[in-house]
Design a protein around this ligand. Structure first.
Ligand code: AGP
Length: 608
């Protein structure tokens, strides 16, 4: 998720671009750049690191009078966050500049074709392909060239384009990534998101999927997917800047909960090619995979919970033993690591000290290391032998939701990948698993439909002092994550238990009205779980159920039941966690707590 902005008018563009980028830094902040065009050509200034680095470079460059330009603040998905990979990107002729937010899935094959056509490349990004592809199609009509180029792309994008051959003109277009356009004093502007332009106007045009906007200093025109002229009506916003960066949502956490379908699509779609799982930066030989005799997962908190789900998936699908170790414990317990060990470090931030040290220890013992990371180019990613990136985009809320869901998806795909290489997954089962993975984002969208119910239910439990989560198999793993969500944002004591364990001690804590959430989508263990629910009910505990859609067998014993769609058994934690994220969220909201920044916690714990 990156931030793009563009302006064309009668005022110098750079100050407007930098101000806009400052409002978009929450969308990505590992590098930034601007491109401005005038009669002399296109000037590009860009820098790795925070936006302040770019601002300093611009100041050093001195006044830039150009009144037409593009800006970009990056969240790296292809290529490390360096100056060369920072946007804007130029075509090799230097005549076209592009800023892009999204992921192009077929950029490699397009790149090879363009190289054969004589174009050259300097970066590792997918975006540079768009610039050369537009140049390839350019024949005097910039909007036409953009339309022709975009028609060849698969993936997600919002782009801003300018050309030395079309002075004062910016063309903007989108498929899945967000884009707004506005008229403002002195010109016209485009941006990924409203905050970038809120200081200049409160009236915006939304660019829909497949539409093109042509911005000139005198106005904005729109073309439909068939290049037909469109008339659009602007919408007005009353948001302040703070709520605008949350897209109007009350908190980053609820915004990120609802971003999960898009995050999963970006994470899954880039790793399925021709019906098989493919990892761009992890491609061991069949012999290397067969040599693996044990997988260790090292992680903390929610990432460790993703590891527990991953253990279940890898052992079920690939039949490789997996040990999940809390990173802070791992290197002090003298683990039995050999050169046949694969150690998987899972981390959203890629900077968690415990996880970093655990990975480093594993390497020192000769293990092969694989990192599952959300922040491209982060320390754990750099220090691993191989990396698989989640594509959740920047996660601002301390309590992870979309990154956790993307970690689950990567662990499922790793399990399928290993199973295919080891021959434990046949063609028919693989087709079923790939189809189920591909369907997950839409099913998460459906599960988000429990939002109103979760909100209504949360009001009844916000005064609870203890909440227990029980489940069996993969449902237990989901309960671990749900329990942590509740603890870290509502400050209510909570524990998750393998349901069969309840009677071995914790049942002593169940009193009249004690809330117990029973996660019950594992059909083969459902009857056993129902017995555990009856144990709770016999002590007058209050049970909230989570089960598959249409299952009525919990109704008599439960005060309320969340229903989620049906998927492959190993993938169910991706769906059961959704109503429980919402349940935790609305309990914390009912208590009026600072949900995005819970007390005592940090987004990344960089100390041991
Ligand atoms: C989860 O909501 C917490 N923020 C925390 O448990 C987190 O998962 C843990 O600190 C690991 O962080 P990482 O994924 O950035 O390594």
């Amino acid at each position: 998720m990156c931030g793009i902005v563009g302006f064309t008018g009668t005022a110098p563009a750079v100050p407007i671009l930098l101000a806009g980028l400052a409002k978009l830094e929450y969308r990505g902040y590992d590098s930034a750049g601007v491109a401005v065009s005038d009669a002399g050509g296109i000037t590009v200034i860009k820098a790795g690191g925070k936006l302040a680095n770019l601002t300093a470079l611009v100041e050093k460059h001195g006044g830039i009078p150009s009144a037409c330009g593009l800006g970009h603040t990056r969240w790296a998905t292809h290529g490390a966050p360096t100056d060369v990979n920072a946007h804007p990107h130029l075509s090799s002729s230097g005549r076209i500049a592009v800023v892009h937010n999204g992921i192009i899935e077929n950029y490699q094959e397009l790149k090879e074709r363009l190289i054969a056509e004589g174009f050259s490349f300097v970066s590792q990004t997918d975006t540079e392909v768009i610039a050369n592809l537009i140049d390839y199609h350019y024949a005097g009509d910039l909007a036409g060239a953009v339309a022709a180029a975009l028609s060849e792309l698969t993936g997600s994008y919002a782009v801003g384009v300018l050309s030395v051959d079309a002075p004062g003109e910016i063309v903007a277009a989108r498929k899945d990534s967000p884009l707004v356009v506005a008229m403002m004093e002195g010109g016209a502007a485009m941006a990924s998101d409203i905050p970038a332009l809120l200081g200049y106007t409160r009236d915006f045009y939304s660019v829909e999927r497949g539409e093109i906007a042509v911005l000139t200093r005198s106005g904005v025109s729109f073309l439909g997917p068939g290049r037909e002229p469109l008339t659009k009506v602007a919408f007005h916003v009353d948001w302040d800047a703070e709520s605008a960066s949350k897209g109007g949502a009350d908190t980053f956490m609820i915004k990120e909960i609802f971003e999960q379908p898009r995050a999963l699509r970006d994470t899954i779609s880039t790793k399925i090619k021709g019906g098989e799982i493919v990892f761009p930066e992890f491609a061991p030989s069949a012999g290397e995979i067969r040599a693996i005799d044990r997988v260790f997962v090292v992680a903390c908190g929610s990432a460790a919970h993703a590891g527990i789900v991953g253990k279940s998936a890898i052992e079920t699908l690939a039949r490789v033993p997996v040990e999940v170790e809390l990173a802070s414990e791992f290197r002090y317990k003298n683990p039995i690591i050999t050169d046949r060990s694969l150690v998987v470090a899972i981390s959203q931030s890629g900077t968690t000290a415990d996880t970093r040290e655990a990975q480093s220890y594993a390497k020192s013992k000769g293990a092969r290391t694989l990192a599952v990371i959300n922040v491209v180019g982060s320390q754990i990613a750099r220090e691993a032998d191989s990396v698989i990136y989640t594509n959740a985009g920047p996660e601002i809320a301390v309590a992870t939701t979309k990154a956790y869901s993307c970690q689950l998806a990567v662990m499922y795909m790793l399990a399928v990948y290993l199973g295919r290489k080891l021959g434990t997954i046949g063609d028919e089962y693989n087709r079923r698993l790939i189809a189920a993975l591909t369907a997950l984002p839409d099913q998460i969208e459906t599960a988000l439909g429990t939002d109103a119910f979760a909100k209504e239910l949360a009001g009844r439990y916000s005064a609870a002092t203890d909440v227990f989560f029980i489940g069996r198999g993969a449902d237990y793993a989901a309960g671990l994550e749900a329990s942590l969500k509740l603890k870290e944002i509502s400050y209510i004591h909570s524990e998750a238990y393998a349901a069969g364990e309840l009677k071995h001690g914790t049942l002593a804590l169940i009193e009249r009205g004690t809330p117990v959430v029973a996660v019950a989508v594992c059909e083969k263990l459902f009857d056993k779980l129902m017995s555990n629910i009856k144990e709770v009910r016999a002590r007058f505990g209050e049970v909230i159920g989570v089960t598959w859609r249409g299952n009525r067998r919990m109704d008599d014993e439960c005060a309320a039941v969340f229903e989620v769609p049906v998927t492959e058994p190993v993938f169910t934690p991706s769906l059961t966690i959704i109503p429980l994220q919402l349940f935790a969220y609305y309990i914390a909201a009912a208590k009026g707590l600072d949900i995005d920044k819970p007390r005592n916690l940090a987004k990344s714990v960089t100390v041991e």
